[in-house]
Design a protein around this ligand. Structure first.
Ligand code: ATP
Ligand code: MG
Length: 577
């Protein structure tokens, strides 16, 4: 594991877990004590509708909604739609759907574009008081004059225009008189500021693209910085929570709000660390690249960390929420081990998922002393198996059993290696919920591949226990051959083989795992699986948890395996083996 992978809670997180709080909740609590916002708590979750929500967004959502609800406050879903070129209504719908799936209902749904008129009025106010000006330069010239750290900025030659001229030009920008790129409106702050964000930032640019909600009404569009804090203030947000990369924008957030005629106390911004996971990318831009290149099938490819992909893969929403609450929030960026997330998924599914039997790579097993009917066909018997031993209320099911079964190819060895206790000639094993069987031999094809295993069963061992108390060392699963349904399973491995994709070469795509998906056809599953519906997640005994595909109910996606790799990592860390 790389150095910056956080495999266990940090000391501050442990302290937070013990007290059930974190630095943001402490801030909100202290504002409540001092009555800063008249006792109100209001947050917002502000996605840009230019892509799908991913696991990183889940952390922000749990925080924004969680804090509001803990204080009987409200959380608004605000679509931050200020870039018409990249945004689309289809993303708006998808975000709403994914948010709902995750278990959150916004108290209100708003759009930054709802505020275009108010933002325009406020911008005119800043022009009138001499705090904003129209710059006739292009973006390259403006960038050149910006300077850098320790390098002073240069004032624009248009910085000292009269208020009247600025106002006139700004109105004409709004009226669509000028072509894109010919002019911008800038805040007049300080070209020598240590904080680059304060070096006369752009507030409006001219765009001709059609906006998905306002159409062609606006030829000018506010920048993120000009729209964000103002949107917060208009809505009455108290605590504006965002990720650490916006730390430098905070001063600008405060500057804008500090110079506007607000009617209530200004909201304030607090930053927290982005969620990063090992073996995972959570940048919309990079994810889009994977899709465009065809590395994955689309935004809901179960190997992606988007919420719709995780849902399709069978991750329960409750597991994502539990994970987010466990990792908490901190002020330093770190990367969590993906195994930790998987352990939450497994815990949830262990409690809820029905147990079923499925054979992924089938090998025929014949019980040679099994009774047959008058026509020589093996008699079918129904075995009663528990649906979930973790939950008696889930009851039992009848599973057909006979002398013709499918077992996994892996569960038989003609010549068993040391410590291999499953089937091999002469060996007795337990068929789960069935009988003890002893291998009497096997048939091979011309290439030495086993095609059929022969066994005898002990009729006195129904259920799997021998009356004389003799023990067997292995229990294997099976599916009765004549009732089996055919199925396909998709087995997934990490999409990126490196813990930190791109750490080696700077290019995450270099770390793509070429065998992240294996589709296995010709699998055999027990007949009750024909009744599962899209989205159901079941445990295939000994194999893992599998989700029924939304379109094809005979396609099962492996959600996660059964082995708790997280426990292993923890053991290694605490010095165990
Ligand atoms: P990306 O970098 O994937 O494009 P983004 O930050 O541009 O994400 P937005 O739609 O602008 O995506 O984000 C909406 C909210 O979600 C923001 O408040 C942002 O801070 C938060 N967010 C985005 N990614 C993460 C993450 N990995 N961890 C925590 N919060 C995140
Ligand atoms: Mg963003």
């Amino acid at each position: 594991m790389s150095e910056n992978i956080q495999d266990s809670p940090s000391e501050t997180q442990k302290a937070d877990l013990a007290t059930g709080t974190d630095f943001i909740r402490a801030l909100v609590e202290s504002d409540a004590q001092t009555d800063r916002f008249g006792g109100r708590v209001q947050t917002r979750f502000p996605p840009e509708p230019n892509g799908y929500l991913h696991i990183g967004h889940a952390k922000a959502i749990c925080l924004d909604f969680g804090i509001a609800h803990e204080h009987d406050g409200i959380c608004i879903l605000r679509f931050d739609d200020t870039n018409p070129e990249t945004e689309d209504e289809s993303y708006v719908d998808a975000i709403l759907e994914d948010l709902q799936w995750l278990g959150f209902v916004p108290d209100e749904v708003r759009h930054s574009s709802d505020y275009f008129e108010r933002l325009y009025e406020w911008a005119q106010h800043l022009v009138r008081v001499g705090l904003a000006y129209v710059d006739d330069q292009g973006s390259d010239e403006i960038a050149d004059q910006r300077g850098g750290f320790g390098k002073p900025g240069l004032n624009s030659p248009f910085r000292d225009r009269t208020m009247a001229e600025n106002l006139d030009l700004f109105h004409r920008m709004r009226d669509g008189e000028f072509p894109p790129g010919s002019r911008v409106l800038r805040a007049r702050i300080d070209m020598q500021s240590e904080n680059m964000q304060l070096r006369d930032p752009v507030m409006y640019r001219i765009r001709t693209a059609k906006h998905h909600r306002t159409g062609e009404e606006w030829p000018i569009y506010p920048t993120y910085d000009w729209a964000h804090g103002q949107g917060d203030a208009i809505e009455g947000v108290t605590h504006s929570l965002c990720t650490l990369e916006f730390s430098d924008n905070r001063a600008l957030y405060e500057w804008f709000l500090g110079h506007l005629p607000l009617e209530q106390p200004a909201p304030y911004q607090t930053e927290f660390a982005r969620l990063e996971l090992s073996h995972t990318l959570t940048s919309k831009r990079k994810l889009k690249q994977l899709i465009d290149r065809g590395d994955v099938d689309g935004w809901d490819d179960p190997r992606l960390p988007t919420l719709r992909a995780l849902r399709r893969r069978g991750y329960p929403a409750a597991a994502l929420r539990d994970f987010c609450s466990f990792i908490g929030v901190s002020r330093t960026n770190s990367r969590h081990a993906i195994e930790l997330l998987e352990s939450f998924v497994r815990a949830e599914l262990n409690a809820k998922a029905q147990r079923r039997m499925a054979v992924v790579r089938p090998l025929k097993l014949i019980i040679t002393n099994w009774p047959t009917d008058e026509e020589g066909r093996p008699v079918t018997e129904y075995r009663t198996l528990m649906n979930n031993p973790e939950n008696d209320a889930d009851g039992t099911r009848q599973v057909p059993f006979s002398g013709e079964l499918w077992i996994e190819q892996d569960d038989f060895r003609q010549e068993p290696p040391p410590k291999y206790f499953r089937l091999s000639p002469g060996r007795e094993v337990r068929l789960r919920g069935g009988y003890l069987v002893t291998c009497t031999g096997a048939i091979e094809d011309g290439d030495g591949k086993t095609t059929e295993v022969h066994c005898t069963y002990d009729p006195a061992t129904a259920g799997g226990a021998a009356a004389d108390g003799r023990k067997v060392k292995a229990t294997i699963h099976w599916v009765e051959a004549n009732h089996a349904l055919d199925a396909t399973v998709a087995l997934y491995e990490r999409l990126f083989s490196a813990d930190v994709p791109g750490e080696r070469t700077g290019e995450p795509l270099d770390d793509l795992n070429p065998s992240s998906r294996e589709i296995v056809t010709g699998c055999k599953v027990e007949p009750i699986l024909g009744e599962q519906v899209a989205g159901d997640v079941v445990q295939f005994e000994r194999l893992g948890y599998f989700a029924v595909d939304a379109e094809n109910e005979r396609l099962f996606h492996r959600t996660v395996g059964l082995r708790d790799e997280w426990a292993k990592i923890q053991k290694r860390q605490s010095g165990g083996s």
